[in-house]
Write a protein that binds this ligand. Sequence first.
Ligand SMILES: Cc1cc2nc3c(=O)[nH]c(=O)nc-3n(C[C@H](O)[C@H](O)[C@H](O)COP(=O)(O)O)c2cc1C
Length: 167
Amino acid sequence: MIDPEEFLKFIKERRSIRSFQNKAIPEKEIEMILEAGRWTPSASNLQPWEFIVIKNKEILEKISKFAYFGQFIKDAPIAIAIVGKIKINPKWYKIDSTLVSMNMMLMAWALRIGTCWLGDMNREEIKRIIGLDENDHLLTVLPFGYIKGDIPVPMPRKPLNKIVKVV
Ligand SMILES: Cc1cc2nc3c(=O)[nH]c(=O)nc-3n(C[C@H](O)[C@H](O)[C@H](O)COP(=O)(O)O)c2cc1C
């Protein structure tokens, strides 16, 4: 088991990374990120998701035009689109696939690989670019790459006494 203090420190140290080195990520490490996604919990264990590994630079470039606050995706050596499969679990596909994204981000951080959740994007255009259909929910596309430059300073978090209630 992981030392709990170390684990909490690890969670606190993870940062969103928006600048990547032009350096390939070994297959073994990509596979570990995918494995972390695969082992995510899901409602009734239905695993309503699919992961699209995007290595093609032209595709990354095209996606960057529709990722409004994520143009930096074009500099990443790879990205993974996390797709919620609506038909597999219409009620929970979004929550389940969101949990996948967190597992993948933490695995990447353990590998010293940077990533950043991309929210605002033209999902319809990006779905078209990567060949998804109407029953696929494009949750996000996570860029992955070795960190370029300094690790950003932490964004502040609300103190526990502002967000925790005990009843
Ligand atoms: C749902 C969601 C959407 C986000 N969308 C973007 C985005 O489009 N572009 C971006 O640069 N960062 C995005 N972020 C990253 C947040 O800005 C970042 O997680 C937050 O500022 C805290 O910083 P940290 O991750 O370094 O702790 C998003 C994060 C989440 C969870």
